[in-house]
Design a protein around this ligand. Structure first.
Ligand code: ZN
Ligand code: ZN
Length: 331
């Protein structure tokens, strides 16, 4: 517990560093670029200022949500998790043999580590108790461990719903865990995925605006040979930093758009789920098609797509299944 608290406390350093960079770049815009753009035209100046301040505000809002919101923890939904009815006809209880004992080995059982994809801790050899076994039978899951056994987190003492993984940095199980982000000091999970994607989108927009407007500042100087504009080194540095960030963020964001439209998390992209009834198949039964995959994260109401409010569909515990893919893989 102390280790996680220390990790979280140290994790605030990159957060403050990121905030510092953002504020510095915004000051750079108002100090260097804005006065000269306004000199060339009020409309032009107003347009770029709205773009910069607007994207900065949305970026900061999305970032604050990513940092502060609980990414989704099955322990907090214990009552919800354990009271689910079996509405999906083909999903059976987690274990076919309740009397069987389930062994988890730290290194010899690959799944004990692969299940906790972001977890460096190792479980000692442990047998699940009768109560733990009973709990795994009370939630309905379609994914299982490599060996077909139900997924259970011994650190949190909760059965793992589908797509849940234990995060060693946060010290909790995270629903639909994507990855732990040190820049957020938090996990990208069911509750934070939408805000994270918006954060990336607004970060691309903001860094592009900063890079372009400062480029304009230099362009005015060079094109008009306006020697009244002093050439500072600071805006050049901000422009190069913003330009480099925007290129990296476009690449990183593009990858996350691909994952979003295919309904895959980062963890699942390198470690595919083991479906109970599709053993040996690489099909992704959570993939419902681009439109529904997008709506699952962003919701059905388009005005809410642009703000980091909670509009994701579902509860993070149960996920709809693509029956077409299911029928093709299971006979
Ligand atoms: Zn856990
Ligand atoms: Zn985490």
């Amino acid at each position: 517990m102390f280790r996680h608290k220390l990790y979280k406390a140290l994790g605030t350093i990159p957060v403050f560093f990121t905030l510092g960079l953002l504020i510095w770049s915004l000051c750079g815009y108002f100090k260097f670029a804005a006065p000269y753009i306004f000199e060339r035209g009020t409309v032009l100046g107003t347009f770029w200022t709205i773009m910069v301040v607007g994207s900065f505000t949305m970026l900061l809002w999305s970032y604050a949500v990513c940092v502060a919101r609980n990414p989704g923890n099955p322990s907090l939904r214990r009552n919800t998790v354990f009271s689910h009815g079996g509405s999906t006809p083909f999903i059976r209880v987690a274990s076919n043999n309740p009397e069987s004992t389930i062994r988890q080995r730290s290194n010899s059982d690959a799944d004990s580590n692969s299940d906790d994809a972001d977890d460096s801790d190792s479980d000692n050899e442990t047998t699940l108790t009768e109560e733990q076994l009973r709990q795994t039978q009370l939630i309905h899951t379609v994914t299982v461990k490599e060996n077909g056994e139900p997924r259970f987190c011994l650190k949190c003492n909760v059965p793992k719903p589908d797509r849940t993984h234990h995060c060693s940095a946060c010290g909790i199980c995270v629903l639909k865990m994507d990855h732990h982000c040190p820049w957020l000091n938090n996990c990208v999970g069911f509750n934070t995925q939408k805000a994270f994607l918006l954060f990336l989108a607004y970060a691309v927009l903001y860094t592009l605006c900063i890079a372009i407007t400062i480029l304009v500042y230099y362009a005015i100087h060079l094109m008009y040979l306006d020697i009244t504009i002093p050439l500072y080194i600071e805006p050049l540095f901000i422009m190069m930093l913003a330009g480099s960030f925007s290129v990296c963020l476009i690449g990183f964001g593009g990858f996350h758009v691909y994952l979003l439209l295919n309904n895959i998390t980062t963890i699942e992209s390198y470690e595919s789920n083991k479906f109970r009834y599709a053993q040996g198949s690489s099909a992704n039964l959570f993939d419902l098609g681009c439109k529904r995959n997008f709506q699952q994260v962003f919701g059905n109401s388009w005005p809410h797509w642009f703000v980091p409010t909670r509009t994701s569909l579902g509860d993070g515990v149960k996920y709809p299944i693509n029956f077409e893919a299911y029928n093709l893989t299971v006979h």
